[in-house]
Design a protein around this ligand. Structure first.
Ligand code: SAM
Length: 244
């Protein structure tokens, strides 16, 4: 049926393209791609010979209006270079506009580096906060981390090799002693997941710039100790004094 199809694609291993994703891509009348060269390989793998148009962070209102105008009669697919569109990738404004115009929107879920890393890290997954890319400048990075330091959840960051050392140093400095994992080249030949405390990992990657794409997962802060008898008594007295 016509509408906008949000299609997740592999994060390294072409075998992870789902049969449904391949079918949708082959049946689309247009594929919106972040980088047409990157997605051309995927379309060839899926056996889809479909026209492509660039859709990325530089796409504007007029580009979106042009796409939305066609959604009533055409199946148009959005892909990003890798993984799930809209997750640290373009697309949300297009979905917003398509929704506002009353069109059908379908999701074809699949690989996502953040979720893949969470499944490998061995850190709590009951609550997690996806942060994406941290600011490159040290002060802005420390400020961003200070804002989330109290969150009782695992934290998920996207990183690149050249920035890993500096980011881990900030994480160790601002978040204190926590368990963490550096997941690299997921689903690829040199997939690796290194775990340790933030201090260990900051030390290990201090002067190195590992190749490839990276997700850093940081465990939640240590649980606060249970309140003491005295604290409980005080809380009770406060409550009674407040007349509730
Ligand atoms: N939309 C994508 C997704 O669903 O994961 C993420 C796009 S974001 C622009 C690219 C970042 O995702 C990389 O810098 C890296 O942090 C992470 N990433 C993508 N593929 C990866 C892989 N195979 N292994 C580890 N991290 C990966």
């Amino acid at each position: 049926p016509p509408g906008l199809y949000i299609v997740a694609t592999p994060i390294g291993n072409l075998g992870d393209l789902s049969p449904r994703a391949a079918r949708v891509l082959a049946g689309a009348s247009l594929v919106l791609a972040e980088d047409k060269r990157v997605s051309a390989r995927l379309l060839a793998h899926a056996g889809a010979s479909v026209p492509m148009r660039t859709y990325n962070d530089h796409s504007d209102e007029a580009d979106r209006a042009g796409v939305v105008a066609r959604l009533g009669t055409e199946a148009i697919a959005l892909v990003s270079d890798a993984g799930t569109p809209l997750i640290s990738d373009p697309g949300y404004k297009l979905v917003r506009d398509a929704r506002a115009a009353g069109h059908e929107i379908f999701t074809i879920p699949g690989p996502c580096a953040a979720v893949a890393a969470l499944t490998l890290a061995g850190l709590p997954t009951d609550r997690f906060l996806f942060i994406g890319f941290l600011p490159p400048k040290e002060k802005a990075r420390a400020d961003a981390l200070a804002e989330i330091a109290g969150v009782r959840a695992s934290l998920v960051f996207y990183e690149s090799g050249p920035r890993l050392g500096a980011s881990l140093a900030s994480l160790a400095a601002v978040l204190g002693p926590r368990e963490a994992a550096v997941a690299r080249e997921l689903t690829k030949l040199h997939e690796q997941c290194v775990t340790g405390t933030l201090a260990d990992l900051a030390e290990r990657y201090r002067d190195s710039s590992p190749k490839g794409e990276i997700v850093v997962v940081v465990g939640p802060p240590a649980a606060a100790p249970p309140p003491s008898e005295d604290q409980l008594d005080q809380a009770l007295r406060d409550l009674l004094a407040s007349g509730e």
